[in-house]
Design a binder for this molecule. Structure first.
Ligand SMILES: [Zn+2]
Length: 278
């Protein structure tokens, strides 16, 4: 049986072979056609964008959608690329994950593959250099630019940037949420900030600090004072469970009324995380 590391290497190679010219945005439907995998759609009621792989006499990727738009949304594109990852593993190693642990490990590998396929590192390195040097874009806005050029979500873009060793950039996306277990004086749920995306990879496909709640009122008030698309820097000290920041030079930008991006450098001395991570 192949080790996970062998599968990972093989998937990395496959991402290169399937997008040798580092096309961005990649025509994922064309990749499927080239591989002889058919693309099908299934109408569903709930959350759209989920895809699954069917292997029979021939292979197909089925995308569940609750609408009939002809073009593929960012989520559809990523889900399809992820399923191509499962297909590559099946073709090259002759198996699909059988146990639950194996399943989650494969999910992480196929997510990594999908990101490499849709946001090729060679494209990304040049693209970031251009943004910084030619267009003078601040790094806190990089994920937004990468997302729109590669037609991927903000989360995938941010994680691709952090995965690029030369970039040394990490991102958090914070959003407000109503907290039912803490009430304001008039008994309505208090609004708190939550880390809805972290680009800082931990072990086995997890992302450090993701899901953490922020109960720092001073910080929240300061962030609420920013205008949409405004950028500001501030030393950040915060405990996000697996990720702790102490006096880390952070750059904040407000994306929308309820959403903020925080960017810092991965090699900042004030970052603490469980040993063996990063
Ligand atoms: Zn999967």
């Amino acid at each position: 049986m192949a080790t996970l590391e062998t599968i990972r290497e093989s998937l990395r190679g496959a991402a290169d072979e399937l997008n040798p010219q580092c096309r961005c945005p990649l025509d994922i439907a064309e990749v499927l056609a080239r591989l002889g995998i058919s693309l099908e759609f299934k109408a569903i009621q709930g959350r759209s964008g989920r895809a699954y792989l069917v292997i029979g006499d021939s292979a197909s990727v089925v995308v569940s959608r609750n609408r009939t738009a002809p073009s593929l949304a960012e989520g559809d594109r990523f889900s399809i690329a992820h399923e191509v990852g499962h297909w590559v593993v099946w073709r090259r190693f002759g198996f699909l994950p059988s146990s639950k642990t194996e399943y989650w490990k494969h999910e992480a590998l196929c997510n990594e593959f999908a990101a490499l396929l849709l946001v090729p590192p060679r494209f990304l390195a040049g693209f970031l250099r251009d943004l910084e040097q030619r267009h003078r874009v601040y790094s806190v806005f990089f994920p937004k630019c990468v997302a729109s050029s590669a037609r991927v979500s903000w989360d995938v873009a941010a994680r691709s940037i952090t995965a690029l060793p030369s970039a040394r950039l990490a991102y958090l996306k914070l959003s407000t949420m109503k907290c039912e277990d803490s009430l304001t004086r008039d008994d309505s749920p208090q609004e708190i900030l939550k880390v809805v995306c972290s680009s800082f990879a931990g072990r086995a496909g997890s992302f450090l600090g993701e899901g953490a709640r922020i109960r720092d009122n001073q910080l929240s008030d300061w962030m609420r004072g920013l205008r949409i698309n405004e950028r500001a820097t501030k030393p950040l000290t915060i405990n996000l469970g697996q990720l702790q920041l102490c006096n880390v030079g952070a750059c904040f930008a407000r994306q929308s009324k309820n959403c903020w991006t925080v960017q810092f450098h991965t090699d900042d001395e004030g970052i603490t995380m469980p040993s063996g991570q990063a």
